[in-house]
Ligand binder design. Structure first.
Ligand SMILES: Cc1cn([C@H]2C[C@H](O)[C@@H](COP(=O)(O)OP(=O)(O)OP(=O)(O)O)O2)c(=O)[nH]c1=O
Length: 202
C-alpha cells in the first residue's frame, strides 16, 4: 500500500497521475524552520518528518502489521535567502507579493518516500526559478479576495490566477504546484512501483 502523507488536494491530484490506488493520511508536524537552517535542508527535513509522522499514525491505526510506503513533500518559496511559507493574513500576503514583484525567486520542493519497516528512506529536492512581473498593491488586494493565495507558499498559485504574475519558469512546473512528478516516478521505481506499467493496466 502507498500512503500520501498530505492534506494538499494538489498533491493528491498530481500523485493520481502516476499511481492508481493510494490512501491519504495527512500528518501534523511543527513547520517552524530551525535557527539559520538553509532552505533546502528545511524543506527536506519537513518532507521526512511528514512521512515519518504519517507512518507512525498509520501503524497505530492499522490492526495488522502492514508494511506501507509513505510519500510526503514540502514546498517553500525562497527570496534573498528568506523562506516564505503560507500567508497568515492579508498583511502577510502583501509583504510576500511585494517582495516577489518584478524579479525572480526560487521554489524549492522536497520529496520523501519511506518504508520504515524496511528502514528505507529516500529523498529528493527540486529547485525552480520563477520570474514575476511587477505587481501593484491594488492587484495584491484583489488577488487576496479570490482566496487562492491563502493556502499556498509565497502567497500565489501558479496553476491558477497567480499565473497572471508569472513571466517565465525554469525548472519543474509540477514541483512548483507541490509534487515533482519526474522525481516522484523515479523514487517510486526504487520502491517497486512502476507508474507506466501500473497505469497501462485496465
Ligand atoms: C508556489 C506554489 C505553492 N503551492 C502550494 C503547494 C503546497 O500545497 C503549498 C505549500 O505548503 P506545504 O506546507 O508544502 O503543503 P500543504 O500544507 O499544502 O500540504 P501538506 O503539508 O499536508 O502536504 O503551496 C501551489 O499550489 N502553487 C504554487 O504555485
Amino acid at each position: 500500500m502507498l500512503v500520501l502523507a498530505s492534506a494538499s488536494p494538489r498533491r493528491k491530484e498530481l500523485l493520481s497521475l502516476l499511481v492508481k490506488e493510494f490512501e491519504v493520511l495527512p500528518a501534523d508536524i511543527d513547520e517552524t524552520p530551525n535557527h539559520q537552517e538553509k532552505a533546502e535542508e528545511y524543506v527536506v527535513r519537513m518532507a521526512i518528518e511528514k512521512a515519518k509522522a504519517a507512518s507512525l499514525k498509520y501503524q497505530r491505526q492499522a490492526d495488522v502489521n502492514t508494511s506501507a510506503i509513505f510519500i510526503a513533500s514540502d514546498t517553500s518559496v525562497v527570496v534573498d535567502g528568506c523562506i516564505l511559507g503560507k500567508p497568515a493574513s492579508l498583511e502577510d500576503s502583501r509583504s510576500m507579493l511585494r517582495l516577489l514583484s518584478g524579479r525572480s525567486h526560487q521554489v524549492i520542493t522536497s520529496l520523501c518516500l519511506c518504508n520504515l519497516e524496511h528502514e528505507h528512506v529516500a529523498t529528493k529536492c527540486v529547485t525552480s526559478d520563477v520570474l514575476f512581473r511587477e505587481i501593484s498593491d491594488v492587484e495584491i488586494d484583489q488577488y487576496w479576495k479570490t482566496n487562492e493565495p491563502k493556502d499556498k507558499a509565497g502567497s500565489y498559485g501558479i496553476q491558477g490566477l497567480g499565473s497572471v504574475f508569472v513571466r517565465s519558469i525554469s525548472g519543474s512546473y509540477s514541483a512548483v504546484v507541490g509534487l515533482p512528478l519526474y522525481e516522484t516516478a523515479q523514487l517510486l521505481t526504487q520502491f517497486g512501483i512502476h507508474s507506466l506499467e501500473e497505469m497501462s493496466h485496465e
